[in-house]
Design a binder for this molecule. Structure first.
Ligand SMILES: *Cc1c(COP(=O)(O)O)cnc(C)c1O
Length: 388
C-alpha cells in the first residue's frame, strides 16, 4: 500500500458568535450558564431550539454564519462550545450517538491501512466496531490489556491509541499522562473515552490526550432520554479535519436533542456528586455481603461492578430488584443494573472476556441519585431473594 497518505481535508469550525470566554469560571458555573443570554434578540435564559434547516443570506458572498444546518446550527453551536469548555479543548462536536463520535474520530485520525492500538475492555460496542475494521482489513487493530499491554504494543509504530479509564466494566485505571507518553513514542495520537468519568472527575486533554469522546447518552445527558455522541479536540487543525468529515458525512445531533443534552448538562456537577456519594454507600454494603465475592470501584463517579457468589442465583437477583432496573445503559438519574456478559459485552468472545476477568457472574451497577438508603435496602432484599 502507498506510504503517501494525503492529509485530511479541513473545514473551518463555526463557534457561536456571542460566546464569551469563561476560562476563569468553574465547571459548575460553566454548565449552568451554557447558552444563557446568547440570544440577543430576546435575552432568553435557556437556549432556543433552532429548527430552521436553511438560513437567508444578507447578500452575495455574505452570511450570518449560518447557511445550512448540517454545516452549523445555532443550538448545536451553543452545546458544542459548552462541551469544548468542559473538556478544555479548542472545539467540540455533537453527533447522533457515542458510536458515531468514535467512528468520526477513528476515520479522521487513523488513515486507511494504519495501525490502531486499543484497550481490550473498552465498551462492548467500541470493541465490536474496531474488531470489524480489523476483520475487514481497513486498519490493523491490536487489543491489549492495561498500561503494560500498551507499553508492549507501542514498541511498534501506530497512528492511534484508544483507551477508557476506568475501563468498562472492570474498572481498571490507566494513567493517561503515561499512555500519552507511550503513544507519542510510537508516533500515535491518543483518544480517551471519558463517558464514565465526565470532565467533573477527569479532563484527559489537560493530561496531553489529543481527543476525548463521550457517549452523551450517559452522564452528560443524565436522564435516559437523549442519545448523543461527543468529540472534543485539543488542536485547531484536528478540529477542522473532524469538522470537514462531519459536515461531509452528516451524523450531526439534531436541534431538539442538542437542547435536551444542554438541559441535562446544567445539573451535571450536582448529579455527579450524588452519583458518587450513593456509589460509595452501595460499595460499603456490597463489600460486607456474604453473597458478593468481588467489588470493583475506582473510588469516584457512580459505576460499580461486582461478582455474585455461587450462593445467589443471578437470574433471581435481576428479577428481585425493585429500585434498580435491569436495563442496558448507565449514567442516568435512575439506578440500573446490567449483566455485561449477556448484554453490553455479548459480542466480546467468552475466552477474551475471561482473559481479563469479566466473568458470567459479574454485574455492573449504574448508581443513580435516589436515596442511598433505598438503594442499599433494595440490593439487600434482592440478594436475600436470590439465595440458593
Ligand atoms: C454507551 C457507550 C458508548 C456508545 O455510545 P452510544 O451513545 O450508545 O452510541 C461508548 N462508550 C462508552 C463508555 C459507553 O458507555
Amino acid at each position: 500500500m502507498s506510504t503517501q497518505i494525503p492529509a485530511p481535508r479541513t473545514f473551518p469550525v463555526h463557534h457561536h458568535p456571542t460566546t464569551t470566554p469563561t476560562d476563569s469560571l468553574h465547571l459548575e458555573t460553566v454548565v449552568v450558564r451554557a447558552g444563557t443570554g446568547t440570544d440577543p434578540a430576546t435575552g432568553a435564559i435557556t437556549t432556543p431550539i433552532h429548527l430552521s434547516t436553511a438560513y437567508g443570506h444578507p447578500g452575495l458572498g455574505d452570511s450570518t454564519g449560518y447557511d445550512y444546518t448540517r454545516s452549523a446550527n445555532p443550538t448545536r453551536d451553543v452545546l458544542q462550545d459548552a462541551l469544548a469548555r468542559l473538556e478544555g479543548g479548542v472545539a467540540g462536536f455533537a453527533l447522533a450517538s457515542g458510536m458515531s463520535a468514535l467512528e468520526l474520530t477513528v476515520l479522521t485520525m487513523a488513515p486507511h491501512g494504519s495501525r490502531i492500538v486499543a484497550l481490550q475492555d473498552l465498551y462492548g460496542g467500541s470493541f465490536r466496531y474496531l474488531d470489524v475494521l480489523n476483520e475487514e482489513g481497513s486498519h490493523e487493530v491490536d487489543f491489549v490489556t492495561g498500561i503494560e499491554g500498551l507499553r508492549l504494543a507501542l514498541r511498534r509504530p501506530a497512528s492511534l491509541v484508544i483507551i477508557e479509564t476506568p475501563t468498562n466494566p472492570m474498572m481498571v485505571e490507566i494513567d493517561i499522562a503515561e499512555a500519552v507518553g507511550l503513544a507519542r513514542g510510537a508516533g500515535a495520537r491518543l483518544v480517551v473515552d471519558n463517558t464514565f468519568c465526565t470532565p467533573v472527575f477527569q479532563r484527559p486533554l489537560d493530561l496531553g490526550a489529543d481527543a476525548v469522546v463521550h457517549s452523551g447518552t450517559k452522564y452528560l445527558g443524565g436522564h435516559n432520554d437523549v442519545m448523543a455522541g461527543v468529540v472534543v479536540v485539543a488542536d485547531e487543525t484536528l478540529a477542522e479535519q473532524l469538522n470537514y468529515r462531519l459536515n461531509t458525512t452528516g451524523a450531526t445531533l439534531g436541534p431538539f436533542d442538542c437542547f435536551l443534552l444542554l438541559r441535562g448538562m446544567k445539573t451535571l456537577a450536582l448529579r455527579m456528586e450524588r452519583h458518587q456519594a450513593n456509589a460509595r454507600a452501595v460499595v460499603e454494603f456490597l463489600e460486607g455481603s456474604e453473597h458478593v465475592t468481588r467489588v470493583l470501584y475506582p473510588g469516584y463517579s457512580g459505576m460499580v461492578s461486582f461478582d455474585l457468589a455461587e450462593s445467589a442465583d443471578i437470574g433471581r437477583f435481576l428479577q428481585a430488584v425493585r429500585v434498580f432496573t435491569f436495563a442496558e445503559s448507565l449514567g442516568g438519574v435512575e439506578s440500573l443494573v446490567t449483566c455485561p456478559a449477556v448484554q453490553t459485552h455479548a459480542d466480546v468472545p467468552q475466552e477474551v472476556r475471561a482473559s481479563y476477568g469479566l466473568t458470567d457472574r459479574l454485574l455492573r451497577l449504574s448508581v443513580g441519585i435516589e436515596h442511598a438508603g433505598d438503594l442499599v435496602e433494595d440490593l439487600r432484599q434482592a440478594l436475600e431473594a436470590a439465595r440458593v
